[in-house]
Design a protein around this ligand. Structure first.
Ligand SMILES: NC(=O)c1ccc[n+]([C@@H]2O[C@H](COP(=O)([O-])OP(=O)(O)OC[C@H]3O[C@@H](n4cnc5c(N)ncnc54)[C@H](OP(=O)(O)O)[C@@H]3O)[C@@H](O)[C@H]2O)c1
Length: 295
């Protein structure tokens, strides 16, 4: 079918990732002609045009933008695992920082609106809840790289939107969220050990995608997109088991200090999403979102 005139064209990088998949689905449902990129995980999605692009290769980026000619770009592609960023920081820097700055520059040159996806891990977790104008305070390489990218993106593309996302969960046809790890443990009958001293504002992938698309074209600069409630991982687990009709005895309490990981973990990354809410952003509570997933 030929493309209708005047239908806007969106490019989502990292379409094979967790957030990218949700963005492609939601944008398509909202009437965007949607294109997505993948790198190592070939992906197909009904109604979406997918392209294989190594975003760390500037020539490949240029070719993709010239070929697709998007009306807007949402850049989700990243090394999004903090432990991996800590272990191989140079490799992560190439996608998290260098590729993001190059893409922002290309979009700026062609006056294409650009959204950079960042994280609440730009904060150290000691001063929550966090607003957009709070000073950043990273405690791991992932947070440092996201801050370097935020700053570089705004230098190259002053009209860019930076969306700092909370911890996300949802279905995972292409890539998992933390929820899939929980579900695997429960399915295997293993006790699920969850932190009682690590707090987040968990956000469904669908709400995340809707929030980003709501803000696209409306505002510039930094935007916090958190979920409706502040919950510990353990509290999230309690809601999950209740929704699944499981006994809470399959959950075990643990603390951050009990677990050693390559990347330091922030205690409380609760986000204040007031700026987004003023635009009409209304994230669903975790229980309702989990019921909707029909696990
Ligand atoms: N997940 C969360 O809870 C969370 C929370 C806060 C912020 N964020 C941010 O949200 C964004 C999306 O996270 P996510 O969890 O959806 O990530 P993800 O599932 O790990 O997906 C990462 C995506 O990046 C792509 N990618 C990696 N290296 C690439 C390269 N060299 N060239 C092209 N594409 C490349 C991957 O492609 P292939 O798989 O095809 O190689 C994949 O599509 C990231 O910017 C992350 O920092 C995520």
């Amino acid at each position: 079918m030929s493309q209708k005139l005047n239908e806007p064209k969106l490019l989502v990088t990292g379409a094979s990732g967790f957030l990218g998949w949700h963005l492609c689905q939601t944008a398509h449902d909202q009437g965007w002609i949607t294109h997505g990129t993948y790198h190592q995980h070939p992906t197909t999605m009904a109604g979406i045009t997918l392209h294989q692009v190594d975003l760390t290769n500037y020539e490949d980026q240029k070719e993709a933008i010239a070929h697709i000619q998007p009306d807007a770009v949402i850049h989700t592609a990243a090394q999004a695992r903090p432990n991996q960023c800590e272990v191989e920081p140079e490799l992560a820097h190439r996608i998290n920082v260098d590729a993001s700055l190059n893409l922002a520059g290309l979009c700026s040159d062609q006056a294409i609106p650009f959204v950079f996806i960042s994280t609440n891990q730009v904060f150290d977790g000691t001063q929550a809840p966090y607003r957009e104008d709070d000073p950043v305070s990273p405690i791991n390489k992932y947070g440092e790289q996201k801050i370097a990218a935020e700053q570089g993106v705004l230098q190259r593309h002053p009209a860019a939107l930076l969306c700092r996302m909370a911890l996300m969960f949802g279905v995972a046809p292409t890539a998992p969220s933390f929820l899939q790890g929980f579900l695997h443990h429960l399915a295997d009958g293993e006790p699920l050990k969850l932190f009682i001293d690590e707090f987040r504002t968990p956000l469904s992938g669908t709400d995340a995608a809707q929030g980003i698309l709501l803000a696209l074209g409306q505002i510039q600069g930094c935007l916090h997109l958190g979920g409706a409630e502040r919950l510990s991982r353990y509290e999230f687990g309690r809601i999950l088991t209740s929704v699944m009709g499981l006994d809470e005895s399959c959950l075990t309490i643990c603390r951050q200090a009990d677990v050693s990981m390559a990347a330091a973990r922030a205690a409380d990354l609760t986000m204040d999403s007031s700026r987004a809410k003023a635009l009409g952003y209304e994230p669903t509570d975790v229980k309702t979102a989990l019921i909707t997933l029909d696990l």
